[in-house]
Design a protein around this ligand. Structure first.
Ligand SMILES: Cc1cc2nc3c(=O)[nH]c(=O)nc-3n(C[C@H](O)[C@H](O)[C@H](O)COP(=O)(O)OP(=O)(O)OC[C@H]3O[C@@H](n4cnc5c(N)ncnc54)[C@H](O)[C@@H]3O)c2cc1C
Length: 562
């Protein structure tokens, strides 16, 4: 019988029933002691100003960090014309919206993106080691349409980018696109029933529909560390990897680092992925860590070459649904994905509940389960890191969901290389001098600082993520309307902003999925069907009724335990 989808084997345990977890290695699980340890670790990090960030859109020293190192900037004449739809952003969401619109027969679709090409996240993030952390078979969209099976269970960024480029080509989405172009303002013209857009290239674009797909992790985050502008060496953010400086490529040694000392600041998802290649190439790497990530088993491996032959039509959607069902705590016959997400993440979200259990009992059993999962992570550090002092610093002491969980097979063992030193700085780096970072009064002299400091969180308000003013009916801006909180229908449309659709994302009253692509697939289909249907019926202007918006907005504010 044909398989429904790729079947993977061994995965981490759920933490349920682990004796280590329930009983701890040195005796019974002591809830008070665990809480005290977690609080003590938290308190080390409660330092005023520690979470401050520089605004890279306006920062006088670091705005150049946003420049595109991958595609040369070309001068062009400004464009002044009219299209059917402008899609802001050419990442997964923008491409899927474009594909949906094309399927609905929409002719003139214009993607506008600050990037030099298609791909969004996967255009910008080309650091060595970059890969998806949700299984590639459900993360890379439209695999069935492309007739493509990813080479590995978790795909490298390059492969993801080439799939996104292939989708854009398939749906002819680059013909009218404007790259290296930022939308600076969008205003609804009631008389013309059109949106009027201006850009930083002097363009004046008129469009009937405006689709926003600006990304959820599109704003690079840079911490405020005193003196960082004084650093005399080279520095960059992982989302703009400077291969001209490091040499090499995504899978080639970083040849120009062999005589360079590198500071890697940040140990979240990007930092952990780029450490192993850095460790292989640089003379020395100092890893500056405020809080260790929980690094679960990745279990990456090559795709079974026989797999393609076993798949049946509809397998990708079914596999996405299977993953989502597990994330929602719904029963499934088989866990098709069988990885750290479906084990640990799902388990923590849905701790076992038995008939008649009180809320207090449920909370306690949830805490024990969480503790046992975190104990597994701490034990894994001990197993993989040979130096006990380094291992201790790498152990995460907090509840599983305090930080986005990470998964990696080579990160922890990279600390066994003699040229890698972990620098513990829970309160943050003291300052940066022209020579490099200073922690506990010690100067670390480095040639280069790599900021693996991630992105402004996905809950950043939409009006900040889009980076431009959006003016709706009667001159009201989206920032003003959504200032006190989002007000929408489905998190995708907002009254007073006709013919504007926002691709679903967290923090804007849309649903949230661990596999972002599934949400984008649904959003893309919705955009295509809706615009197609209204075109078919000859409807020029669409706006949300006050009742629909109020009802949806209210439903999203329902107390969680109601
Ligand atoms: C390194 C990395 C790995 C990730 N891995 C996963 C994963 O495994 N699984 C998962 O579910 N999610 C993952 N994510 C989250 C990821 O952001 C989404 O999966 C997805 O790629 C976002 O797609 P998007 O199209 O919404 O936004 P993006 O890919 O961010 O694209 C948005 C585009 O809009 C452009 N833009 C924004 N504002 C403007 C403007 N004013 N003018 C012009 N252009 C503008 C940006 O330049 C950008 O190219 C990852 C994120 C990162 C950074």
């Amino acid at each position: 019988m044909p398989s429904k989808g790729p079947k993977e084997s061994s995965a981490p345990s759920t933490g349920r029933g682990t004796e280590r977890g329930r009983d701890g290695e040195n005796g019974a699980y002591d809830a008070e002691a665990v809480r005290a340890k977690y609080l003590a670790e938290r308190d080390k990090r409660l330092v005023p100003g520690r979470a401050d960030i520089r605004d890279l859109r306006t920062d006088e020293h670091f705005t150049w960090y946003r420049d595109d190192p991958f595609t040369p900037y070309r001068e062009r004449e400004p464009v002044a014309d009219e299209v059917d739809v402008v899609v802001l952003g050419g990442g997964i969401a923008g491409i899927l919206a474009g594909a949906g619109l094309r399927k609905a027969g929409i002719e003139r679709i214009r993607i506008v993106d600050q990037a030099g090409g298609i791909g969004g996240t996967w255009y910008w993030n080309r650091y060595p080691g970059v890969m998806c952390d949700v299984e590639s078979y459900i993360y890379i969209p439209m695999l069935e349409e492309l007739g493509y099976i990813p080479e590995r269970r978790y795909a490298w960024g390059e492969e993801i980018l080439s799939c996104l480029e292939a989708i854009a080509e398939r749906f002819d989405l680059t013909r009218d696109a404007l790259f290296h172009t930022g939308v600076t303002r969008a205003a609804w013209d009631e008389d013309a029933a059109r949106w009027r857009l201006t850009t930083d290239r002097g363009d004046h674009i008129t469009t009937k529909w405006y689709v926003l797909a600006p990304g959820i992790l599109n704003l690079m985050k840079l911490p405020v560390i005193p003196g960082m502008e004084d650093f005399a060496g080279h520095s960059f953010h992982t989302a703009r990897w400077d291969y001209a400086y490091t040499g090499g490529g995504a899978h080639q040694p970083l040849s120009r680092l062999s005589d360079k000392v590198v500071a890697l600041i940040g140990t979240g998802a990007s930092g952990i992925q780029c450490l192993p290649p850095l460790a292989e190439s640089a003379e020395h790497v100092y890893v500056f860590q405020r809080t260790p990530s929980a690094i679960g088993v990745r279990g990456n491996r090559a795709t079974d070459p026989e797999l393609g032959g076993r798949l049946v039509p509809g397998w990708q959607r079914e596999r996405m649904d299977n993953f989502q069902a597990i994330m929602l705590g719904r029963p499934v016959d088989v866990d098709e994905i069988d990885d750290g997400w479906t084990h640990h993440y799902a388990a923590v979200h849905h701790p076992p509940r038995t008939e008649g259990m009180t809320v207090a009992e449920l909370m306690r059993s949830g805490e024990q389960l969480d503790y046992s999962i975190m104990e597994e992570h701490r034990h894994r550090v001990e197993e993989l890191v040979t130096d006990p002092a380094t291992a201790e610093i790498l152990k995460p002491y907090y509840r599983y969901l305090c930080k986005r969980p990470c998964f990696h097979d080579e990160y922890l063992s990279a600390f066994n290389h003699p040229n890698v030193t972990l620098v513990d700085c829970p309160a943050g780096i003291e300052r940066v001098t022209k020579k490099g970072p200073v922690v506990d009064g010690r100067q670390y002299e480095v040639d280069c600082i790599v900021y693996g400091t991630g992105f402004e969180p996905e809950l950043t308000p939409l009006f900040r993520r889009v980076g431009h003013e959006i003016v709706g009916r009667g001159g009201i801006t989206l920032a003003k309307k959504w200032g006190p909180g989002a007000a929408s229908l489905f998190g995708m449309m907002s009254r007073g902003f006709p013919n504007m659709i926002v691709m679903p994302a967290p923090g804007q009253q849309a649903v949230v999925t661990v596999n972002y692509t599934q949400l984008a697939v649904l959003g893309g289909e919705f955009v295509g069907r809706m615009v197609g249907l209204l075109a078919e019926r000859g409807i020029e202007i669409f706006d949300v009724s006050a009742e629909a918006e109020t009802s949806w907005t209210r439903s999203t504010k329902r107390p969680a335990c109601a």
